[in-house]
Design a protein around this ligand. Structure first.
Ligand code: AMP
Ligand code: MG
Length: 403
């Protein structure tokens, strides 16, 4: 057996970052930038009002209170999207709406809640004094020409897309999303709700793996179910690697008589078959076929998901240009503890995590067999149980969130 870290390093050492392409903003969320972007212009582009109200010369409002109001002449109205050539003079004000440019002469805005209009809108009474700059958003307060808005390696959030749009950039250079093919292997696998013949089960791994991939922003290709036959498996692998950046298979990498995935990959690829010191998901076949990364994940439903989490996801994230490849590990309390026996392996338990008074309580999510997919489905996290006797009730336990 090899240690988890060694197996992960091996995988990461053999995959490379995909090239960058000019990507429209609407397709770029979650991608990793391959260019730095600086603002070519001021944002906001002009000084404007942060509130609906009256643009004034602040000095004219000196001493204004609800009892002793200041009255000003209203010389016009400026809506957002328009501009005015009028100049606000001494004793004057302009009605102004949020986002509209400040008129010349005015240096502050009195919000409408502190005013009362009269004389059919021709005059306004002001309840409060304002200081120069009050409720004014200065030109360039967010960005000035040359300010960096994105670095190379930024994971694009919805906010970044908004920033790019605000400076008129509708394309950004970002690493491609890996296109990942998925197939299941096994003579026992069927699809559909017809009654099962003896020995048959329904394929579930393809559904979980395709969804895991899509949730992480990878592009998927569903390559179906392949029977335990060397020629068929070889054909599926060749088709997969021809059209994809990576391939995930499940099943057929254990010690069984019909575990042909391992045999095929050994023959046509530059593969390494690993027994990793973890439970579940001990067997892993990984390597390159025609330069394309192939992850031969174990068949048990929980094992295939755990193997995806520990090996495929970090590898695919590297291909996508991410620098944070692994899920962050957190520490919580295990009120009920976690039992286990020494077996030279790190165990990954399916757990629920509750936040109690700002701390994490970590409890089993149910049956921990590698065939018991329901506990994995309901799990928030995988708890990491190092080799040994487990965690005593009330002890600390490390975990990482997966849902
Ligand atoms: P294998 O790795 O092919 O020996 O499969 C290990 C176990 O996982 C067996 O019980 C298989 O029936 C089961 N299994 C394999 N592939 C799938 C799948 N796609 N969906 C559900 N169970 C599977
Ligand atoms: Mg099988």
């Amino acid at each position: 057996m090899i240690e988890l870290g060694e197996a992960q390093e091996y995988v990461l050492g053999r995959v490379s970052v995909l090239g960058a392409v000019a990507t429209p903003l609407r397709e770029a969320c979650g991608l990793v930038t391959a260019e730095a972007v600086a603002s070519p212009e001021l944002v906001p582009p002009f000084a404007n009002t942060a509130v609906d109200g009256y643009a004034v010369r602040s000095i004219d409002t000196t001493g204004a209170t609800a009892e002793l109001r200041v009255e000003l002449e209203v010389i016009g109205t400026i809506a957002a999207g328009s501009a005015s050539d009028a100049v606000v003079g001494s004793g004057q004000a302009m009605r102004i709406m949020t986002g509209a440019p400040m008129p010349a002469g005015a240096d502050a805005v009195v919000m409408v809640e502190w005013t009362e209009s009269f004389d059919g809108g021709g005059r306004v009474a002001i309840d409060r004094a304002v200081a120069a700059g009050d409720a004014v958003r200065g030109a360039g307060e967010d960005l000035r020409p040359g300010d960096r808005v994105l670095d190379v390696g930024t994971v694009l959030t919805p906010g970044h897309l908004g920033v790019l749009a605000s400076i008129g950039r509708y394309e950004v250079s970002a690493h491609r999303r890996p296109k990942v093919g998925v197939f299941s292997t096994g003579d026992e696998l069927v699809e559909g709700s017809a009654p099962l013949a003896p020995g048959q089960i329904r394929d579930s791994n393809r559904y979980t793996l395709l969804a895991l991939l899509e949730r992480d922003g990878f592009e998927v290709v569903d390559l179906g179910v392949v029977v335990d036959d060397e020629a068929r498996i070889e054909d599926a692998v060749r088709r997969g690697v021809a059209g994809c950046d990576a391939l995930l298979t499940s099943g057929g990498v254990s010690m069984g008589d019909f575990d042909y995935v391992k045999a095929v990959l050994d023959r046509i690829g530059d593969m390494r078959w690993m027994q990793v010191a973890i439970k579940p998901a001990k067997p892993l076949a990984f390597g390159l076929v025609d330069g394309v990364a192939v992850f031969g994940l174990p068949g048990n439903p929980v094992s295939s998901m755990v193997s995806f989490e520990l090996f495929a996801r970090p590898g695919l994230r590297k291909m996508m240009g991410h620098s944070r490849l692994h899920r962050p590990r957190l520490v919580g309390t295990a009120p009920d503890g976690f039992g286990r026996r020494p077996d030279d392996k790190t165990h990954f338990a399916r757990v629920r995590v509750d936040v109690v008074n700002g701390r994490f309580d970590v409890r089993s999510a149910g049956g921990q067999g590698s065939h018991q997919l329901t506990a994995m489905a309901g799990a928030d996290a995988l708890a990491v149980l190092p080799d040994g006797d487990g965690v005593a009730p009330g002890g600390d336990v490390e975990f990482f969130l997966v849902n």
